[in-house]
Design a protein around this ligand. Structure first.
Ligand SMILES: *Cc1c(COP(=O)(O)O)cnc(C)c1O
Length: 346
C-alpha cells in the first residue's frame, strides 16, 4: 500500500479540552455534560468522548442516532442523549442501541409510550421555538407513564445580556414544577455564565469545551483546542500591477512575495477569509490576499525573508477573532473543518 501524508494538519490539544471541561464544571454544583454532536464540533467525536469520559463526564449529547452509534462502544449507552428525537421506524434499533432519546413532541411521547417506554429525556420549549414541547401542550396526562431522566430546555440568547434569558429561566422553573423528572437541565456554554440559577442538575456545554468564547466571563479561562497548519506549495515575486487569484480581486501595489498554501474552502477555510484571514509564519502574521480557492489560499509573505516551498505555516484559527473577521460563527468555524486534515492529538 502506498501512503501519502496530508499537507494539512489539525493539531488537537486533549489536555486543554479536558481543562476547558473542568472549568465549565467548576462554575457551580451541577454535573457537567458535553455536547458532542456534529462529530464533536468537527474535532472527532470519538476522540473527544474518550477524553471527557476519562475526565469524569457522564452525559454526552448528539443530534442524530447515527452519531450515537458512532460513540456507543466508548461509554455506557445510557450516557448518550439523542437531541433530535425519534421516528416510529427507528424505535426497535433505538431500543437495541440503548442510548436515550430526547422526546420533543407530543407525537414522540405517544410513540415512546406505545413502544413500552423505558427511560427517556424530554425537551420543553421555553422560547427558542425550535425543538421541544411548548408550554401550551404541557399537561399531567401528556407525561403520565413516562420515566423521564432529564427534562431539558435550550436558551436562545445566552451569549447576550438579553431579557429573553430570564424569561426562559422563569418558564423553565415553572415547567420543572409541573413535569416530574430525575434531573433538570437548561444551560449551554454561555448559559453557564448567567449564574447558578441557570444550572439546575446538569449543564450541557459544547462550544466552550472546544475553545469557543461567547461571553466575556470565558475569555481568561477557556483556551483554544484546535490549531491548523498547512504547507507552502509555491512562492513567487510579483510586481506592482500584477493580480492574484480568481477574478483578479487583489492587485499588488508594490513588489510582493506571495506564498500559495494548501488549504481552501473545501477544508472549511471559507471564502469569507479572502482579504481578511491571517496566517502565522515564523512568528509573524501574514495576510490572505485575493480569493480563497477550493484547495488553496494565497498570502503576502513579503515581510518574511526565509519562507520556502514545503514549509509548514500556521493558519490563525482564533475562533472569536475569526468570527468577527469573517462573519461566520465560532460554531461554523469548527464544524466546517473538512475531511482532508491529518488529525494529530496531543
Ligand atoms: C448544541 C447544544 C448544546 C451546546 O451548546 P453550546 O452553545 O455549544 O454550548 C446544548 N444543548 C442543546 C440542546 C444543544 O442543541
Amino acid at each position: 500500500m502506498v501512503e501519502f501524508s496530508s499537507p494539512l494538519r489539525l493539531h488537537l490539544d486533549g489536555a486543554t479540552l479536558v481543562a476547558n471541561w473542568r472549568y465549565m464544571q467548576s462554575q457551580g454544583n451541577a454535573a457537567c455534560g458535553a455536547a458532542v454532536k456534529a462529530n464533536g464540533y468537527g474535532l472527532g467525536a470519538r476522540q473527544v468522548v474518550a477524553r471527557l469520559r476519562d475526565a469524569g463526564c457522564r452525559n454526552f449529547f448528539v443530534a442524530h442516532w447515527g452519531e450515537a452509534l458512532e460513540i456507543a462502544d466508548l461509554v455506557p449507552p445510557e450516557w448518550i442523549a439523542v437531541l433530535n428525537g425519534i421516528e416510529a421506524r427507528e424505535i426497535p434499533a433505538i431500543k437495541q442501541l440503548g442510548a436515550i432519546p430526547v422526546l420533543n413532541t407530543p407525537h414522540q411521547l405517544a410513540l415512546w409510550k406505545a413502544s413500552g417506554g423505558g427511560t427517556c429525556h424530554v425537551m420543553v420549549d421555553t422560547g427558542i421555538n425550535r425543538l421541544g414541547i411548548g408550554p401550551e401542550h404541557v399537561s399531567d396526562a401528556l407525561f403520565a407513564g413516562l420515566d423521564i431522566d432529564l427534562l431539558i430546555s435550550h436558551l436562545a440568547s445566552a451569549d447576550e445580556d438579553s431579557p429573553q434569558n430570564a424569561a426562559q429561566l422563569d418558564r423553565f422553573q415553572q415547567l420543572s414544577k409541573l413535569v416530574t423528572a430525575n434531573r433538570y437541565s437548561l444551560a449551554n456554554s454561555a448559559g453557564v455564565f448567567l449564574g447558578p440559577d441557570y444550572h439546575f442538575d446538569l449543564v450541557r456545554p459544547g462550544l466552550a469545551l472546544y475553545g469557543g468564547v461567547t461571553r466575556p466571563e470565558m475569555e481568561a479561562a477557556i483556551k483554544p483546542v484546535v490549531k491548523l497548519a498547512a504547507r507552502i506549495l509555491q512562492t513567487r515575486w510579483l510586481q506592482a500591477g500584477d493580480s492574484v487569484g480568481y477574478n483578479a480581486t487583489y492587485i499588488c501595489s508594490s513588489p510582493t512575495q506571495v506564498a500559495t498554501i494548501s488549504i481552501g474552502y473545501a477544508d472549511g477555510y471559507l471564502r469569507s477569509f479572502g482579504g481578511v484571514g491571517l496566517l502565522d509564519l515564523n512568528g509573524k502574521s501574514v495576510p490572505v490576499i485575493g480569493r480563497v480557492s477550493m484547495d488553496l489560499v494565497t498570502v503576502d509573505i513579503t515581510s518574511i525573508s526565509d519562507a520556502i516551498e514545503g514549509d509548514w505555516i500556521d493558519v490563525n484559527y482564533n475562533l472569536a477573532k475569526n468570527a468577527k473577521l469573517t462573519g461566520l460563527s465560532q460554531y461554523e468555524l469548527l464544524t466546517n473543518l473538512g475531511k482532508r486534515f491529518e488529525y494529530i492529538w496531543s
